[in-house]
Design a protein around this ligand. Sequence first.
Ligand code: TYM
Length: 345
Amino acid sequence: MPITPNDQKRLPRVFSGIQPSGHLHIGNYLGALKQWVKVQHDYESFFCIVDLHAITLPQDPQALCAGTREVAALYLAAGIDPQKSTVFVQSHVPAHSELAWILGCLSPLGWLYRMTQYKDKAAKQQAEASSAGLLFYPVLMAADILLYHTNAVPVGEDQRQHVELTRDLAQRFNHIYGEVFTIPEVMIPLAGARIMGLDTPNAKMSKSENSEYHAVFLLDPPDKIRKKIMRSVTDSGSEITFNDDPARAGVNNLLTIYQAFTDESKEAIENRFAGKGYGHLKKAVAEVVVEGLRPLQERYHQLINENGYIDDVLAQGAERAATIANPTLKLVQERIGFLKARGKT
Ligand code: TYM
């Protein structure tokens, strides 16, 4: 692993991010945020609100701006400690865009067309109309990760392929220009890495789905959470067991949500629900979700009303992030052969 001067004896690093492209749901919480809260004690942590990624699909400017603060407040409300972890907005550190351009010039188009998330998102639009940004998206994600000499990237299952591309790009750069980048590992939670839609148990829960009963959002009031879970799609059977039968994906998803919120073993959960009906399961899941989100919701409402607090955290975060990102970018520029601007150190 390449060591930069200020890296000596440092803790291993994690980097991760969430797009402010809509309200966060329990998939984002269980796949990403919940594990960030745990890892921040053992890693030097960088948690980013990735607004540059959000604009790969059209965003309403006011909603994007408000959503960026909302996501930052949710990070803190979930338990990210800004004294321990660096919390910042991606566009506040221009090195992200600059490195993305450089890495883009090293990325074969074939690698990008192969990304399943690109294929899914582009398929939802007319092929010609989908933006170049959508295709370029994983390159920007690679830049995010590589700027910080990141060792591990805690994300949900849907981001695994993007982290693999990041590794490939880092290796390619290191091979051509000499060692600069650390090769990151993906870090996927044991439970909750892929939460499915409540009304579409064979498709991932997603922020952009319009149906009212698709996702539980982190700021949904308790009654709404209960209503959504009670309406979730199951099947005509009666057995409550973890399983990978697509026809029983709804029950498996409810059990997975229960497991991810309670950290109980699969066996203990199956025993708890043995002989019970789906109505009972849904009520129990609704309660663990309501109670699991209660402290986060309370803290969120306090934080978002504290005048200027979130913006202060983000300003300090961006300043700290830049102290790591800028030297990495500088080293990359030197290796590539860019002429140094006169007067710049
Ligand atoms: P995004 O905003 O789509 O999702 C944020 C995080 O939530 C996880 N996630 C899920 N986990 C379980 N079940 C689901 N249904 C579910 N939906 C989303 C995602 O895996 C992710 O961890 N490209 C990233 C953001 C990003 C990033 C980065 C992540 C930009 N740069 C650098 C890590 C490192 C994204 O769009 O996440």
